[in-house]
Ligand binder design. Structure first.
Ligand code: SF4
Length: 117
């Protein structure tokens, strides 16, 4: 089967075609597109971005993300973990909020600083 997709590794956005049986890729301008296409049909991953609740801060939520891509099928479960967070200000930029979330290699980290109110 051939799957068509857009490579999201850079703004060029190459339209690529991946043969899911032979694991060959066409339409990629560079090798990253080949790696992306094969990963998408074998083990798709994404970096998750979201926000988490902060108590006693100058703002009520802080932006967060996983510090590396996680398996797509784990996205909802990791979101649930992030939604459970009740952080106390201050929160530092880059602070690890959930180490090795759900036993994955990825940590959930803050992508913004939140000072105490
Ligand atoms: S294949 Fe290479 S050039 Fe094309 S979008 Fe992906 S990373 Fe960018």
């Amino acid at each position: 089967m051939i799957r068509e997709m857009v490579c999201i590794n850079c703004p060029r956005g190459c339209q690529i075609k991946v043969d899911t049986e032979k694991l060959t890729v066409e339409g990629n301008f560079c090798p990253r597109g080949k790696a992306y296409g094969i990963a998408e049909v074998t083990h798709p991953v994404r970096t998750l971005t979201s926000t988490a609740k902060v108590n006693h801060g100058v703002i009520a939520r802080v932006s967060v993300k996983t510090d590396q891509p996680i398996p797509k099928e784990k996205m909802f479960d990791v979101m649930k973990e992030i939604n459970r967070l009740q952080l106390e200000a201050p929160v530092a930029l880059g602070q690890i909020l959930i180490p090795h979330v759900l036993g994955l290699e990825a940590n959930v980290i803050a992508t913004k600083e939140v000072k105490k109110a």
